[in-house]
Design a protein. Sequence first.
Length: 143
Amino acid sequence: MITQTSCTVFAQNLLKGLENFNTGTSYTYKIPLYNANANLNNTTASYTSINEVTGSGYTAGGNVLTITTVPTGDTTNNIAYISFAPVNWYSASFTTRGALIYNATTNAAVCVLNFGSDKSPSNNTFTITFPSATSTSAIITVS
């Protein structure tokens, strides 16, 4: 079962100073895709290849994410947030139900995404477009 959530280890790593979303740092964040048999939730601690998608157009470990909004703060709502550019898998033929954003430098999990249903591109481009970068809609927020 894939439960959309932030991962507890992410909050712990933030407090330990082990995450860095500033552009130009040595940290790399990636997004692998998973099938409906994956067990991903708030207790997911790190990247796993168990039930990761296989198929054309897909490479194990997922694609690199590009940060489009560096950590930004909303002092009115006491929330900080970031966002990513859309990520694409080209000539894709696979079935996916969700994804995991993780720190590829440390393998630590950040958050789990559930697509709500299986998505099955057939030799097409599969794209994940992230929500707007605002304090109420960004994919990653911290309050």
